[in-house]
Design a protein around this ligand. Structure first.
Ligand SMILES: Cc1ncc(COP(=O)(O)O)c(C=O)c1O
Length: 436
């Protein structure tokens, strides 16, 4: 493909004239890796095709939602049927109850749930709920975790624990982030110090349990245990942001993974998105009845949405959840993801490329580092230039991974053994060119 024949290029030029950066969400712009984004024409199963009709094995899956792959027949049928019945009513539907029943049945830490349209909205609302329920203002988040783009969460660490974070975006006034404390992920002494200083003023601690926004970094079991203990001790709410991990790493989500090592473990509030909408705009937050009853119209915490619980989105989400509930679904998905990660590690080792990787369920991450990082500062040690070479090498050969080294990858039920084997063969070829 030469620049003269690449049909993605004129599309990107047209888009840039109309839409800031040519994209409706920044990471799609390929700014970190350089080059022209692929404009998707259509997708099916584990693949999508771009403007040139080039096929890509898709390891992004819309950044997580497409756990069944694209165009799953049961999902398509449910969506088509729902669309014929009406797009949006602004009045309740039975399907919202069914989706709530389905989700609450699978994640028992929640007794009630509220459906919204994006993970950002869900995270923002969860914080308002935590503040309303506790009557406190401060919150803890961790460097490298992303919880959507609500003002109070676009924050990086300040100069010390006694100071509060600095906004990472223009347009966020310092007063808005003055209650946000940003700590290092997996750092227990720092966590304890922060609680000792601010514990009684904390509304909540918000965390990605398996962080997918710094590639893939797990909260260690001792760290997660300490988060839970300190929240309980100081009366702060533990908010697990499972927008990415929810129904992606296990049927019971990441909280069920931690509950295997921490008996009785559960968060106070869970934030969900991505898979529960199956690719449609749908997200949610849920908690115990006592916490959720603080929400309007029952309680004093206001929260609302014109398209919340949208009938087509709920049909899509329900059909998706009903598929992933089928016996053996997660065992098969986990095995496929594991074979990808092991295959990539073996290919990298064979070509002498430093490499470490991890996965859980259908989510994976890898680093061009000899050991798995434990926090954001360690993730930053990845060689960005080499990652970009790897990204473009894979892309040119028809394998689409996230165009930034800070993002997790996703395997779907539609990825075949052959797709994985092809990916590993291609990756080995690219690793070979990296070592030169
Ligand atoms: C962990 C996490 N929380 C929240 C969000 C925000 O979700 P949305 O993009 O739907 O607003 C994301 C998005 O990637 C996410 O990964």
């Amino acid at each position: 493909m030469t620049p003269n024949t690449d049909l993605n290029i004129p599309l990107f030029e047209r888009a840039k004239a109309l839409i800031p950066g040519g994209v409706n969400s920044p990471v799609r712009a390929f700014k970190a890796v350089g080059g022209t984004p692929r404009f998707v024409k259509r997708a099916q199963g584990a693949y999508f095709w771009d403007a040139n009709d080039q096929r890509f094995i898709d390891y992004i899956g819309s950044w997580g939602p497409m756990i069944l792959g694209h165009g799953h027949p049961a999902v398509l049928e449910a969506v088509q049927k729902a669309a014929l019945e009406g797009f949006s009513f602004g009045a309740p539907t039975e399907r919202e109850i069914e989706l709530a029943e389905e989700i609450l049945g699978l994640v028992p830490s929640m007794e009630m749930i509220r459906l919204v349209s994006s993970g950002t909205e869900a995270g923002m609302s969860a914080i308002r709920l935590a503040r309303g329920a506790t009557g406190r203002s401060k919150l803890i988040k961790f460097e490298g975790c992303y919880h959507g783009h609500a003002d109070a969460l676009l924050v990086k660490a300040g100069s010390g624990l006694a100071t509060f974070g600095n906004a990472t975006s223009a347009g966020v006034p310092p007063e808005v982030v003055q209650h946000t404390i940003v700590l290092e992920y997996n750092n227990i002494p720092q966590l304890e110090e922060a609680f000792a200083l601010h514990g009684k003023e904390l509304a909540c601690l918000m965390i990605e349990p398996i962080a997918g926004n710094m590639n893939l970094v797990r909260a260690s079991v001792p760290f997660m245990r300490r988060c839970r203990e300190l929240c309980t001790e100081y009366g702060a709410l533990l908010v697990l942001d499972e927008v990415m991990t929810g129904f992606r790493v296990a049927l019971g989500s990441a909280q069920s993974v931690y509950a295997k090592s921490i008996p009785g473990f559960k968060p106070d509030i869970t934030v969900l998105g991505k898979v529960i909408g199956g690719g449609m705009p749908l997200a949610a937050f849920g908690a115990s009845r006592a916490i959720m009853e603080n929400l309007a119209p029952l309680g004093a915490v206001y929260q609302a949405g014109t398209l919340s619980g949208n009938p087509v989105a709920t049909a899509c989400g329900l059909a998706t959840l009903r598929e992933i509930k089928k016996p053996g679904f997660f065992d098969a998905l986990s095995a496929r993801t594991r074979s990808l990660v092991d295959g990539l590690a073996a290919a990298a080792a064979a070509e002498g490329v430093p490499f470490s990787a991890d996965c859980e369920g259908g989510m994976f991450g890898f680093f061009l580092l000899p050991e798995l990082p434990q926090n954001y500062a360690q993730v930053l040690k990845t060689d960005g230039v080499r990652f970009n070479q790897l990204f473009h090498g894979l892309l040119d050969r028809g394998v689409y991974i996230a165009p930034a080294l800070y993002e997790a990858g996703f395997v779907s039920a539609a990825h075949t053994e052959q797709d994985i084997a092809d990916t590993v063969t291609i990756a080995r070829d690219v690793f070979k060119s990296l070592t030169k």
